[in-house]
Structures are given as structure tokens and as C-alpha cells.
Design a binder for this molecule. Structure first.
Ligand code: SF4
Ligand code: SF4
Length: 294
């Protein structure tokens, strides 16, 4: 559809409230808006929103919950990966971008969250969520926790349109008061106790006298070997071994193995970015009330 040039550009507060309500209707749970200048302090030239879309002024960020409340209750943790994620944040952000372009005549594009080369994506959705006032970093794998929903999945749209910005959160969401109390008692918060670095896990850290994060330890490499076993990397690794295998019976067993089958499935469903471990989030009190049904 051709973009409509608006006779009169919409007022930024009207446009902002329209795209926020569209994003929520399209499956978003939260929406925030950040001016592009907020990136200047945190990322180098070449990785700022206006480097990706020249003339960009604002970034709209949408967060969605991913796994349903029932999926969190399922006793088989592996089903969180299989059933957990429906990309509603991507859908919602496309609705936002399409509305901006077709109804206002300004440019909009989805922020690139996958690398175009190597392993570094052009934009961090974690940073975008923080800068749009939707959450703050936590002890649990640095996951950005939203004060209402806890763990969310984020997508963003960069636009040249003028919008009304949201403020960033003033209060750190993590640690929750009960986590501070647990830390004072046993020296660990619930997420650290679920995945303790000193017992082969990935998390550690300290809380200061005011109940705020003092130091965070997160073993990202160890976590990724546990929580991201299937995807493009596992497919490439298994394929290289299959090609090298001379014994045809063994090669056939490798092709039909559980590991290679799951690697193919994860690519077919484009689930590389979905973790296979949620244990630090399962014990996190933030957002737990939103997961309660009958
Ligand atoms: S995702 Fe799993 S492995 Fe990674 S920090 Fe959380 S509990 Fe540990
Ligand atoms: S359990 Fe959640 S709120 Fe508590 S310290 Fe860990 S990440 Fe923070």
C-alpha cells in the first residue's frame, strides 16, 4: 500500500496514543517511547537508531509476555521452549510501523535484533526497553524486568515521526523486597539460589545496605550452553560432524538423533532466540501475580 502523505502532520501526543493503543490491541502487553538521543550515552556511533534509519527521532518499544500462564505451571520445563513464544511483540511492532508509514507519511522500520554479520545484533532490545521506561536490569542473567510482568520479550520500531517520550524508570525493579530479605538470610536471592555460580551455576552478586544491586555476576557462556542448546549453531555443529562421518549406519543415526532433530525443528520454527532454561525466572517474584489463574 502506498504511504499517505498527511496534509497536516498529526500532533505527537495523538499519534503516540494511537500507536500505543494499536500495539496493545495487536498483542503487546506494554509500550514505551524513547527519543533517539538516549542511545548516545550507551552505544558507539554506527549502532544508534539514527545510524540505522537516517533522520530517526524516536524508538517505540513493545513488550509481550511470551509463555502463557499455563505454560509457566507445566511441570515439564522443556515445554516452555516448545510452546512458550508466539512473536506477538514482532507482530505488534509491524502494526505500529505500518500505521506510522501509511497514516502519517513518516518513515518507520523494525529495529534490527539479529546480526547482519558475526554475532552482534545492531540494536539491543534490552537497552531499548530500559531507555523506553519499560524495565531495569536484574540479577537473573541481566534480564530486563518489567515492574508488572517481570520477564518480557521486546521488539522496537525506529521512526522519523515526532512522538511523546516516556520517562525512564526511576526505581530499580530488581531486587524485590522479598529477594533482599532472602539475601540477608542466606546470602543469595531466589534466582542466585536457583543457579548458584559457586555450585556450577551462572549467577551471583551482592546487594548494598540500601537494598540495591551492588555487584552482578553472570556467566553468560555457561548459561548459553544450558539455555540455548538448539538453533543455528547446534545445526551447523551437528552438520559438520555428520558430513565427516564415514560409517553410513552411524551417519544415519546422527541424522535421526534427538539432538539433530531438535536443531532442525528449532530452525524451522525460528526459535534460536528462545531459551531452553527459565529456572531463574521461575523463582522470580516480579510478575508472578500476573501469572495466576484458577
Ligand atoms: S537461564 Fe538457566 S542457566 Fe541461565 S542463568 Fe537462568 S537459570 Fe541459570
Ligand atoms: S529473583 Fe527476580 S527480583 Fe529477585 S533478585 Fe532475582 S531477578 Fe531480581
Amino acid at each position: 500500500m502506498a504511504a499517505k502523505q498527511a496534509d497536516q502532520p498529526p500532533r505527537e501526543d495523538d499519534l503516540t496514543s494511537t500507536i500505543k493503543s494499536l500495539a496493545l490491541k495487536a498483542g503487546g502487553d506494554v509500550v514505551g517511547v524513547a527519543p533517539v538521543a538516549r542511545w548516545d550515552e550507551f552505544v558507539p556511533e554506527g549502532y544508534r537508531p539514527y545510524d540505522i534509519l537516517p533522520g530517526a527521532k524516536f524508538v517505540v518499544v513493545v513488550g509481550t509476555r511470551g509463555p502463557t500462564m499455563g505454560a509457566w505451571k507445566c511441570p515439564d520445563a522443556r515445554l516452555m521452549e516448545v510452546n512458550g513464544y508466539d512473536f506477538a511483540n514482532d507482530r505488534a511492532i509491524h502494526v505500529v510501523a505500518n500505521h506510522i508509514e501509511t497514516e502519517t507519511g513518516f518513515y518507520a522500520m523494525q529495529a534490527p535484533t539479529l546480526p547482519v554479520a558475526g554475532h552482534q545484533p545492531l540494536m539491543s532490545m534490552m537497552l531499548a526497553a530500559v531507555l523506553a521506561g519499560l524495565g531495569t536490569r536484574s540479577f537473573a542473567a541481566n534480564i530486563i524486568l518489567n515492574p508488572k510482568y517481570g520477564l518480557l520479550y521486546y521488539s522496537a520500531a525506529i521512526t522519523t515521526a515526532e512522538l511523546m517520550p516516556d520517562g525512564m524508570l526511576e526505581q530499580q525493579v530488581c531486587p524485590a523486597p522479598m529477594c533482599v530479605a532472602t539475601y540477608r538470610n542466606i546470602g543469595k536471592t531466589p534466582c542466585m539460589a536457583a543457579c548458584p555460580a559457586d555450585e556450577g551455576g551462572c549467577l551471583d552478586g551482592s546487594i548494598d545496605g540500601d537494598g540495591r544491586i551492588e555487584e552482578v555476576y553472570y556467566d553468560r557462556e555457561r548459561c548459553s550452553t544450558r539455555s540455548m542448546n538448539f538453533g543455528i549453531n547446534s545445526f551447523q555443529k551437528a552438520l559438520a560432524e555428520i558430513i565427516e562421518e564415514q560409517d553410513s549406519e552411524r551417519r544415519s543415526a546422527m541424522i535421526n538423533s534427538d539432538f539433530f532433530t531438535r536443531s532442525c525443528t528449532s530452525m524451522g520454527h525460528f526459535k534460536e532466540s528462545v531459551a531452553q532454561c527459565f529456572e531463574c525466572m521461575r523463582v522470580c517474584p516480579i510478575g508472578r501475580a500476573e501469572r495466576k489463574l484458577q
